[in-house]
Design a protein around this ligand. Structure first.
Ligand SMILES: *Cc1c(COP(=O)(O)O)cnc(C)c1O
Length: 348
């Protein structure tokens, strides 16, 4: 690491981490082959390992979580069909409207509490069978929900939604970009998730700290179709084992430690709650801190002043700020951040 990188405290996202020594060593040592021919042993191992972890039949390694979500929606729908999801979901806000582009499907968004849906939300949003309505086909949940501040479902809530989906013949997809953060807090197991969903997208490049990659999990027949869709999206990679090796390393080494990120996030949240220029801090169940500033301090100004102290964050609309803790955010950085938040003279 250069000195420059050492002094910067980057709280914009958990995607900003760089691969650790151990991860890089594993990547260098990877045995590789051509994954478009399904001949990369390390990719095959990552797919086997992640499917097994969730107790699902099969998996496919992809370049991004956007791709794994979009492949899942494409395989689950036909044009003129509809996906029920939360108003705050990533597939609605941050995937360039890919459901329309790739699948010719519509989204019906629901405004549930804390970024989560209930079984009643599902029941109430299934379209009746009229010529003029798209056919409801998929329910997509996000766990944790990023835009709601890293909130996570209780297992019971998902089970009720699953029952609604079974009753109405709907597929249930999980955008599990941060599923391991959710599981660390809800104390559930990956297999409990695998048991409930038709497809699960898991990001390896968020809290798990790899440079690239997501896996999509599902039944063998689903993954067979997913491989074709990945190819048409341009996501067929060749010696991708170097990247998959990072994923295997992350599954082995970086899941348990997520609770440290949660602990540091909680401390940051508690610190912010006591500061006079902070109006409101949302609960911090995982690694995302969302807070609103008092009107006398604008988010833009706050972010600029933090940047002068080498702490980088992003302003959100409505005078809000998001901070995300991650594996390159150390206790020393936490201490410095708290000192700056407390001592710096804040004004707009
Ligand atoms: C980051 C993220 C994605 C997609 O991730 P990319 O790999 O950046 O495409 C999907 N869903 C959620 C909730 C995310 O936070």
């Amino acid at each position: 690491m250069t000195n420059h990188q050492q002094t910067i405290i980057d709280l914009r996202s958990d995607t900003v981490t760089r691969p650790s020594e151990g991860m890089l060593t594993a990547m260098f040592a990877a045995k590789v082959g051509d994954d478009v021919f399904a001949e990369d042993p390390t990719v095959n191992e990552l797919e086997r390992k992640s499917a097994e972890l969730f107790g699902m039949e099969a998996a496919i390694f992809c370049p991004s979580g956007t791709m794994t979500n979009q492949i899942a929606l494409k395989v689950h729908t036909q044009p003129l069909e509809e996906i029920i999801c939360h108003e705050l979901s990533h597939i609605k806000h941050y995937e360039v409207g890919g459901h329309a582009f790739h699948s010719g499907a519509t989204l019906k968004t629901v405004n549930g509490k804390d970024g989560m849906l209930s079984a009643a939300d599902v029941h109430n949003n299934i379209n009746p069978d009229y010529d003029w309505l798209p056919i409801t086909k998929v329910v997509s949940l996000e766990n944790t929900c990023n835009k709601a501040g890293g909130t996570c479902y209780q297992l019971l809530g998902i089970e009720a939604i699953k029952a609604a989906c079974l009753e109405h013949n709907l597929k249930l997809h999980l955008d599990g970009a941060r599923i391991f953060n959710a599981l660390a807090t809800s104390k559930n197991t990956p297999k409990e998730m695998g048991n409930l969903f038709d497809s699960i997208s898991v990001c390896l490049s968020k809290g798990l700290g790899t440079p690239v990659g997501s896996v999509l999990l599902g039944k063998k027949t689903f993954i067979r179709q997913a491989r074709r869709v990945r190819k048409v999206m341009g996501g067929g990679m060749r010696q991708a084992g170097y990247l998959a090796a990072a994923g295997i390393y992350a599954l082995d080494h970086n899941i348990e430690r997520l609770k440290e990120d949660h602990q540091r996030a909680k401390i940051l949240g508690e610190t912010l709650t006591e500061l006079p220029y902070v109006k409101e801090v949302l609960p911090v169940p995982t690694n995302i801190i969302l807070f609103e500033l008092q009107p006398f301090l604008t988010a833009k100004n706050f972010v600029e002043q933090l940047a002068t102290q080498n702490i980088i964050t992003i302003p959100l609309p409505h005078n809000k700020i998001r901070l995300v803790t991650h594996l390159d955010f150390t206790d020393a950085m936490l201490d410095k951040t708290i000192t700056v938040l407390k001592k710096h003279i804040w004004y707009s």
